[in-house]
Ligand binder design. Sequence first.
Ligand SMILES: [Fe+2]
Length: 511
Amino acid sequence: MGAAMQRRHFLQVLAAAAATASGTATAKPARADRFTAAFESQPLLRPFKGVGDATGDLQGRALLRGRWPTELRGRFYRNGPALFERGGERYHHWFDGDGMVQQFTIGNGEVTHRGRLVQTTKLRAELAAGRFLMSAFGTQVDGTPPVGGPDAFNTANTNALEHAGRVLALWEGGSAWALDPKDLSTQGPVTWGKDLAQVPFSAHPKVDAAGHLWNIGTFGKAMVVWHIDPAGQLVKVQVGESPYPGGMVHDMAVTARWVVVPLPPIQLQFNKPFGPDGNGVGPRPFAMDAGQPLRVLVMDKNDITKRRVFELPPQMVFHVGNAHERSDGRIVLSFIGVPDAWFLNEGAVALMQGREQADGAASSTQLLTLDMASGRVQQHRFDNDAEFPRVDPRRVGQRTRWLLTGTGWDVHASRQHHALLHGVQLLDTETGRQRRFDHGEHAIVEEHVFVPKPGKTGELDAWLLGTTFDARRQATVLNLLDAAHIEDGPIAQAVLPYLLPPGFHGNFTAA
Ligand SMILES: [Fe+2]
C-alpha cells in the first residue's frame, strides 16, 4: 500500500470508529462537584482531582534534601493526564485527561521544575468553548463534531521523551506533539513525512544506545513500524497487517534485528451500553475477547513482512521491559502481565471518583523465550505485583539482568497488594531475587528510570530517578536512589512546593 493510500485507509477507519463511538448512546461526563468531598477526605487521592487551565503552567524551585551528586546533570521529563474537569463536568476515566509535561532540571546545586499542559488542538478548542467538546477514551461527550483524524481528540498525555532537540509528548493513537525543551511551549503535531500526517505514533517508542528511535502505530487492521534516526529524521516507515486488529496495543520492544509487539485480547466494547448498569453513566467497558490468546508479533525491523506470531494463554499486557537475541537466535522478552481488565474498567474509574479502590488481581513479571525457527514459546513468571518496567537505557534491545518496576506488593500486610504503587523494586531476572524499598502507604510511587553514572558501565552503576506523591506533605517529591543500594531508599530528594497530578511515563536526558 502506498503512503497516500495508507493515509486514506487510515482516515476511513477513523471515521468508522468515530461513527460507532457516537452511535445512539448518551453517556455524559459526571458532574464534577459530585466528587469534591471525596477528594477532600482522601489525602492520598487528591492529586487525581487534577489541574485547571490556570494551574496547568507551574514553575518552582524544589527544597533539596540529602546529597545530590554534582555529576548528575540533565532534564527529567514526565507526562500524564492532568486536566479532568471543564464547565462543571468531570471525566470518568483517568486516561481521558489532557496531557501535562513535567520537566525537572537537575544541576548547579539545584532542582527546578516546570510543568505545562500540552496545547493540543483539543485543549485549545475546549478552553475557548469553556466545555468538553470531544469524546474521550472513557467518556462520551454529546455533540462531538465529525473529526478528520485522531489528532482532533489527541490528548498527548502518555509519555515524554527528549529526542533530537525537541520534547515529544506522546499518545497512543495519533501524532507526537513537539514541545520546546527551553520552556515547554507547544510547537505542534509532528508529521514525519509526506502523506504521514496523523498516522499513529504510539506512546512507547524505544531508543537504542546509538539514538535510533523505533516505534509502532496501530489503526484498524494496520500495524505501522517507524524508524527515526538520531537527528530526528524519518529513515523508514512500514505498514503491515495486524494479526489481531482492533485490540489494545500499548507497548513494544526491539532487539538488534526484531520488533516485538504484544497483542493482548482486550477490546473496547463499542456496542455495549455505557456504565455498569447500562444506565448511560460511566465509561464504556473493556473486555477480554473470549477464546482469543495473547499474541506476540515479531517482525524483522527492515522488512516487516518477515514475521511470526506466537500464541499464549490470554492476559492483559500494558508494558514491556526489554528484549534481546540470545546466541542461539532465540528472543527473550520481558513484560508485565495482568490477568484481567480490572484496572481499565474499575481501577482507573475509581481514581477519578476519589474512591478507595477494591483490589484487582496482582500482576506478574514474565519472561518469554521465543523461537523464531520452530514457533515455540517458553514462559516464566515472577509473582511480584509490578508495573512500569524500565531497564538500563544503554542496553535497550540487548541483554539486561535487572528490571526496575514500581510495586504495590506488601510483604507484611494482610492486604497483598494495592492498585496504587508504593514501592520500587529491582528484579534479578537470572535468580528471581527481588530487592526493594517501600515508601509506605502514605505515598504513591510513580515510574522510576535508570540514569547511568557518567563514566561507568555496569547495569547497577546507575541512579534510579522518579517521583512520589507524599500525602502527608501534600507535595510531589523527586527521589534519587543508588541502584546498587535500592534497599536504603533515596540518597537525595527534591520536594516541590506543590503537588502534581500522577503521571504515566517519562525519560531522562543528560545535560
Ligand atoms: Fe504505558
